[in-house]
Design a protein around this ligand. Structure first.
Ligand SMILES: C[S@@+](CC[C@H](N)C(=O)[O-])C[C@H]1O[C@@H](n2cnc3c(N)ncnc32)[C@H](O)[C@@H]1O
Length: 215
């Protein structure tokens, strides 16, 4: 999976979400389904040495990838664990996931575990795609390997069903035509360059939600 490339093309939605949240120094976070650790590193830069980022992924190989990507960030701790079994050494201020829920068997229990990992008043933020809303040359994207390729469209409702207070939600998609990071990203994913065809990548729906102060 081309983590660095995806981080490049989806960097803006990530930045929008973290800015909306007001993530800052000293926060304790978990990045669930951390993969190569792009989000974990972005979180680590913002929380600083006094903060903590748990990078959790069910794939043991991800731990090595995160260790390499976050080598200079002692505040990042990589853990091999399924999101469905998420347990951390301490309650965190933020549970974050991106491009995770489309792959899990059932997104609901994962959101419930993320909620349980956060202290009352803390935050759950998820960024998931509506794959079929992406376009190449006007034609919809498809992602046959994903269990829930359009889970982004359900994300606000899933968040509320998990007992979280929905504070904000929106969709954001990179778009372009011709040579550049989008064309490179698509070629790396599909093996085929879009050439000069217009491209709108699958929009990422972001939800910013709060854990209620009282159950
Ligand atoms: C598409 S990658 C996203 C990586 C990263 N969140 C990002 O946006 O760059 C999905 C990651 O989720 C992990 N994953 C899939 N199912 C999981 C589960 N049930 N529990 C934990 N991690 C899971 C995969 O191993 C993979 O590293």
């Amino acid at each position: 999976m081309p983590h660095a490339l995806r981080d490049d093309v989806y960097r803006r939605p990530l930045a929008t979400a973290l800015e909306r949240l007001g993530l800052g120094a000293g926060w304790r976070c978990v990045d669930v389904g951390a993969g190569g650790g792009d989000v974990s590193v972005a979180l680590a830069e913002l929380v600083g040495r006094d903060g903590r980022v748990y990078a959790v992924d069910s794939d043991p190989l991800a731990r090595d990838e995160v260790a390499a990507a976050a080598a200079s960030f002692t505040q990042v701790l990589a853990i091999t664990q399924a999101a469905e079994d998420l347990v951390l050494p301490e309650p965190v201020d933020l549970a974050f996931c991106r491009f995770l829920l489309l792959h899990v068997v059932d997104p609901a229990p994962v959101l419930a575990r993320m909620r349980a990992a956060v202290h009352p008043g803390g935050w759950v933020v998820a960024q998931e795609p509506i794959t079929s809303a992406g376009r190449i040359a006007g034609r919809p994207f498809s992602m046959p390997d994903a269990r829930h390729p359009d889970v982004g469209a359900l994300l606000p409702a899933l968040t509320r069903s998990a007992g979280l207070q929905l504070v904000d939600a929106w969709a954001e998609a990179p778009a372009g035509a011709g040579p550049g990071p989008l064309a490179d990203y698509l070629e790396s994913l599909t093996g085929v360059s879009p050439g000069n065809d217009p491209v709108v990548l699958p929009p990422l729906v972001t939800v910013v939600a709060q854990v209620p102060e009282r159950p």
